[in-house]
Design a protein around this ligand. Sequence first.
Ligand code: WTA
Length: 653
Amino acid sequence: MSDATIEALLAEGRTFPPPEHFKKQALIVGSEIYEEADRDAEGFWARQAADLLDWSEDWHTILEWDLPFAKWFVGGKLNVAHNCLDRHVAAGRGDRVAYLWEGEPGDTRTITYAELLDEVCRAANALVSLGVRKGDRVNIYMGMVPELPVAMLACARIGAAHSVVFGGFSSDALRDRINDAEAKLLITADGAWRRGQVVPLKQSADEAMAQSPSIEHCLVLRRTGQDVPMERGRDVWWHDVVPQQPTEAPAEPMDSEQLLYLLYTSGTTAKPKGIMHTTGGYLTQVAFTHKYVFDLHPETDVYWCAADVGWVTGHSYIVYGPLANGATSVMYEGTPDFPDKDRFWSIVEKYKVSILYTAPTAIRTFMKWGPDYPRKHDLSSLRLLGTVGEPINPEAWVWYWEHIGGERCPVVDTWWQTETGAIMISPLPGATTLKPGSATFPLPGIGADIVDDVGNSVPIPGGGNLVLTRPWPSMLRGIWGDPERYRDTYWGRFDGKYFAGDGAKRDDEGYFWLLGRIDDVMNISGHRISTTEVESALVDHSAVAEAAVVGRADATTGQAIGAFVILRAGFEPDDGLAGELRDHVSKVIGPIARPKTILFTEELPKTRSGKIMRRLLRNVAEDEVLGDTTTLADPSVVDGIKARYLAQQPAEE
Ligand code: WTA
């Protein structure tokens, strides 16, 4: 299909009902499940919890709701590792493959449920031997290797909470997260592979640990093989302490509300928030959504979520959801363009992937590379496609449907957040008629609405702020160490409703269309980065007096970081300094936060109360007509910046 045909198809408003061949085998085809959940949402979730999971003790209360604090399945006990591993092995499915792992250099590992269980038990015993106990926090900083899920499940087995830090984050970011959680143990690797180069994880871990007094030990996996210093008494090799452990380790029954993990995400201030997820409700909703949104047939499907475990998508849909459901998953260590731009499609062909879940940024990148790369491979095993992380533009949706899905696979656009723990707004592929670019409807048991700025529901059709209207099982239980910030950020804006931070609209048929963040959070390639975090990294550099950062529209990454920088006296703006500032941000936060453009300026547009008007800077960065400038203390400032912007053509990478 040519671009012109895609345009025409979109212009005529084509919708995509579930294909007949898909409906024939789909787990859900009608609307009864929505009606059932509407009648009694709590009862609905309780049935899912009982159906999908093994409990060692029943709950006495489904939900205790003391707004904004929720407890689900109160009194119930279960172990997450048991639910992800032991019960499948006990049911005779130990030989089923849990992970088809593909290393970036091309090495592979096939790991069955029985093997994964053994490895998790050994790792659990190793954690205990290193002094980790129920209730402790363990930091994990690794690449996409099988030992990463093993480490997470080992924590879950003994009741320690993990805090995984994405391997692309800097040592400073790791240090801050370790210190906030007061973790006892850090699990890392010598390095990770990325486009044939070594990312020196242990080196960053050493820098972080030098300023992290709570760390007692560091468990180090050998992956990339270069020499790394090992500190006596603190650092131990994985291969020295894990393999010789016994493969018996009790899966302690955990309280349903026991902390399973912390995962840090950017907020509107420079300090990231430690989002808390607990055990019973979380596992219920990730198992439910993974099964029904992906229409999972665990005996025959090969499922691949191409995210990184360091983000919530990986936690819920590479580790906990698929394993709880006994799925066979592909796990891939590297990037889509190494050694060539068809790596994803060679993986789909090689493992006969049937369900693929990826991000709009990746899809737009594949579009840019052109359809010849997927065309070189047999993708006929695919039967369902999914996307997550940012709004998907209809053109990218249709391209994905056509060139990857061969016009036969439904595309599920799934809206959710680190805070929601699991998918919230999404089609059910055998039941929902799709519209390219729309995440369609809230899932059964989920309450969502769109409200205006004073909290009134906006009638259909119409747009405003996306809110969630009732508690859900996998919701965050709070922000680690900061219950007030939890209340203010999510529940303070609209009375009794959860404010997601996203704008959305509903069309005349009630379909939800997500419009992106409406706070000072950017979404770069599906990664949340706060403007203030990047600003504070910039002003941390000795040359910078003041900085303002905006996310500007970018055809590939969704948004790109644009920085406006005022230099201190004595510093001259030039490309060299722009490069130095980019490197600095990369070092402080991580390469994902590297600004794409830097404009040196002498002033920034501010309101009379001194607040930087990022909206106007965004107009400048996107070369748009300037918005309302009447609230500015000095309206001429932005014209000056705009003129400079056009004259200077800011340094871009
Ligand atoms: C955005 C990722 C539109 C949204 C799971 C949200 C989306 C933020 C979608 C959460 C989607 C995620 N359509 N926008 N399907 N999915 N978002 O915490 O702005 O990394 O608030 O969780 O990503 O990002 P997070």
